[in-house]
Design a protein around this ligand. Structure first.
Ligand SMILES: Cc1ncc(COP(=O)(O)O)c(C=O)c1O
Length: 369
């Protein structure tokens, strides 16, 4: 039986292969590999696409969050509230600032952080809120914005998995004081290596963050302060410029594939399909189901040549890297339970209906045993 890949990047890049090769050749022949027109164009194109004043490219999503938090003044002794269920990058960016990530459990039934948990965790040391639109499912932004406003806290949206998702008809990343993105190859707007971007509403802060990302400078050899090297490569920018116009179409294809899965699993016992808020347009970075015996199902799918993934096997609280926070098992019951039972099924913009049906049939066969 033909293997069904978890993500088949080559397949959806195939129609734009020639354009990608031309863009790569243009950069190679042009001899400018850091900064330049391609980066400026990409930043302008992405800003125009999402309807914000300015976007700054970054070396990756992690460094984009780090630059943004530094620009918001997050420092040693501060706390930043985020979800316990996310890629470690979200929390790493906080600790890189010397601050403490304060984890929140999930909203029951969803994969994003619970607003009531966020409110409970606010202390005088809280410096920012950092919700994550995990799996491309927008967080309850009304609740987040209300909390941020009530407590006078900046709100940063981690949109690494949600580029193109909408809340109340508007792209995520346009709600908070700042937003960050990742172009890791498997992301919805994936590059051909590492890459990322950020945007911030306050022009002065945005300028500082841009400078921080580039050794604290605007002009070569004029460093106003110390920063880091977190620039988007010219080659990545050129290739992303080719991909960006296809993003909304690719996301729509993912939504359609999710609908095929939802329909196939309707009425099936022992499986919970992704639940999204009604005022949102998710983009299914991954399609995650909850099942009683995740390991068993994953092994069974393997025998059918079907790839799957687990995003993520444990919440950050249980990672060795964060054992110093002493938040052992039982601290985040909703996330811990979800992590033990979740499985990500094959999902990408070029997945075919017959492939989704094959996966769904195999899942149903296992669940009916
Ligand atoms: C939610 C989330 N935040 C941040 C990141 C970091 O992005 P990057 O891998 O580009 O550093 C990722 C990607 O792994 C992510 O999934």
């Amino acid at each position: 039986m033909e293997r069904i890949k978890f993500v088949d990047i080559n397949r959806f890049h195939q129609p734009i292969r020639e354009e990608l090769l031309e863009a790569a050749a243009r950069v190679i022949d042009g001899g400018v590999y850091i900064g330049g027109k391609e980066v400026k164009d990409f930043e302008a194109n992405m800003a125009q696409w999402m309807g914000v004043r300015e976007v700054c490219g970054a070396a990756c999503g992690t460094s984009a969050i780090f630059s943004v938090l530094k620009g918001l003044g997050v420092k040693k002794g501060d706390e930043v509230i985020t979800t316990v269920h996310t890629a470690i990058a979200t929390a790493e960016a906080i600790t890189l600032c010397g601050a403490t990530p304060v984890f929140c459990d999930l909203e029951p039934g969803y994969f994003f952080l619970s607003a009531s948990e966020v409110e409970k965790k606010i202390t005088p040391r809280t410096k920012a809120l950092l919700p994550v639109h995990l799996y491309g499912q927008p967080v309850d932004m009304d609740a987040m914005l209300a909390i941020a406003k009530k407590h006078g806290l900046p709100l940063v949206e981690d949109c690494a998995q949600a580029q193109g998702a909408k809340y109340d008809g508007k792209y995520v990343g346009t709600f908070g004081d700042a937003a960050t993105f990742s172009f890791f190859p498997s992301k919805n707007l994936g590059g051909f290596g590492d890459g990322g971007a950020f945007t911030a509403k306050d022009p002065d802060k945005m300028k500082w963050m841009r400078m921080f990302s580039n050794h604290g400078r605007m002009q070569k050899y004029e460093h106003e302060f110390e920063g880091i090297n977190s620039r988007l490569d010219t080659l990545q920018a050129a290739l992303l410029n080719v991909c960006l116009p296809h993003l909304d179409k690719w996301n729509a294809a993912r939504r359609e594939a999710a609908r095929w899965y939802d329909e196939a699993f309707a009425g099936v016992k022992n499986i919970i399909v992704p639940k999204v808020l009604p005022n949102t347009e998710p983009i299914y970075h991954v399609y995650v189901v909850i099942v009683p015996d995740r390991e068993g199902l994953q092994s069974f799918l393997k025998t059918r040549n079907i790839d799957s993934g687990v995003h993520y096997p444990m919440p950050l609280s249980l990672q060795k890297a964060y054992s110093r926070f002493n938040q052992g098992a039982g601290s985040f019951p909703v996330a811990e339970d979800a992590c033990a039972h979740m499985l990500s099924l094959p999902m990408h913009p070029a997945i075919r209906k017959d492939e989704v049906e094959t996966v769904a049939e195999a899942v149903k066969e296992y669940l009916s045993k």
